[in-house]
Design a protein around this ligand. Sequence first.
Ligand SMILES: Cc1cc2nc3c(=O)[nH]c(=O)nc-3n(C[C@H](O)[C@H](O)[C@H](O)COP(=O)(O)OP(=O)(O)OC[C@H]3O[C@@H](n4cnc5c(N)ncnc54)[C@H](O)[C@@H]3O)c2cc1C
Length: 535
Amino acid sequence: MSKRDQPDHPELKHPSTKRAKEVDAHLPYDILKEALDGQSANNNVTKVAHWFRSKDLRIHDNKALHAASLLAKKEGKPLIGFYVYCEAEFEWHGTSPARCDFILENLDLMRKELKELNISLAIVEADGRKEIVPSATKFVTDNDISHVFANYEYEVDELRRDTKLVETIDDKALLSLYHDQTVVEPGTMTTGSGGPMKVFSPFHRAWMDLIKDQPELLDTVPAPTKVDQSLYKQISSLSDGKMPSIPKNKQFASKKDQSRIRKLWPAGHEAGMKRMDTFIKKHIEDYAATRSNPAKDSTSRMSAYFSAGVVSVREALQKVKKHNDDSSDFTPNGSSPGVSAWVREVVFRELYRQTTLTTPHTVMNMPTNLKFDFVQWEDDEEGWKKWYEGKTGMPLVDAGMRQLNHEAYMHNRARMNVSSYLYCNLLINYRRGERYFAETLIDWDLNNNTQGWEPSYTVFNPVSQAERNDPQGDYIRQWVPELKHLQGKDIFDPYHRLSKQEFEKLGYPAPHVDWSETKQRAMERFKHDMSGVEP
Ligand SMILES: Cc1cc2nc3c(=O)[nH]c(=O)nc-3n(C[C@H](O)[C@H](O)[C@H](O)COP(=O)(O)OP(=O)(O)OC[C@H]3O[C@@H](n4cnc5c(N)ncnc54)[C@H](O)[C@@H]3O)c2cc1C
């Protein structure tokens, strides 16, 4: 289904399966590498700049920034940081108010940190997505910058943007890109036959062996050293501009919402590192046993910091290594169940970046398994509204969605259940849910989100899932107050476990659909629509 068929739902726009395969066959990453390799050497260093993107908002352990700082220091030249602010970019990705605000808050804090080091942080405004490269190029030329550093972003549009940048600035400045988002460079974990690893278990095993043998992969790099005042004077006015404010259509509904979210997710590297320390101190040892219980809230809640790059995964893993008797052996033999289980989750994040790079159609609004593109989804506007408001009548699903709407975050177990419920039981196009997550989550990350939303034949049963993972019903009780007085197992499925009279007193909706019937419908639909198709 293309955007043309769905004018009301631009979030459903995607290329054809044929086009998806063409992009996979000519990786945007390879095209960018070729462009980078083709640049002419530039030995005349005038000024050095680091382009911060929304995924590396920190000065500590920032690989490209570190390299920029070394070059500027060696050549005795000024160091400039810049960020291209583009409202249309937030709009395009559906970035949530919480994430927009988090990004801007972090930029503001970083600008102060950089100033202390005599480094300016300039905010370069771009009117539209197409203006990002011209605006960056103009900034580079206007300021006589000879060397630009940045960290790779692996998504298709971002790789193409950087390719364009190389072409545009080629005769003016040299672009150098660094792998910074992961411990292991995406694309380098290969199978025996040389292709990229795609399956989690072998990837996880190989990753653990590699880190055990090469603990230096976890090494971090320091923040830039202080630049001479005389050099700073040449560029200090660049950071005079006002920090941008949140785009009009990305405002919080109220000041109260904004302060609640800021309290839950305090900006800054220091806050992120402190959160990691608290997690290690209080929760990591129990992580294997409690991570699936949403009521325990015992996971790290580091995702917002990782997705905006406020803390690097290497910094976090260094802390875990220290806790693990200074060993990078994160296998079950070399670490406690909690440590190895937490690191395993981080490895999912590593794999998903490798997936984006090597199978780019996955971040072009297309399922990894292209056959799912042939499924005929249902238009159930009432179900859709009930889903996003947390009023489906399925307590675990409703608890998850209400947590999301309140905290800009949802526990992973609930994410798995609400997504399955949307595209299996309601048979609503999974892309709508994916977009809703982007529009609401503070930790939105295109790689993790698209892989999290990858449709499959597994249909989660929110009743048995809640019984197993929220055995006391506390998560449901916290988020669905209509059910807070229920005792025992009634809370997991009140409609079927209470008398009609008792249920009606709750003021809680009856299930929008019957779970078993709709599971059957989904299985039949998937099987029918996907059989014999050749994407
Ligand atoms: C439908 C769906 C959508 C999702 N969307 C996102 C998203 O937009 N952004 C995002 O960061 N994660 C997403 N996830 C993955 C996961 O739910 C979150 O990373 C996790 O809940 C964040 O909480 P935490 O930081 O306490 O995680 P922890 O349990 O403490 O895990 C540590 C870190 O490992 C990584 N991680 C954990 N679980 C996963 C996973 N399943 N896949 C990839 N990385 C993982 C995260 O970076 C996380 O911060 C999604 C999962 C699903 C099922």
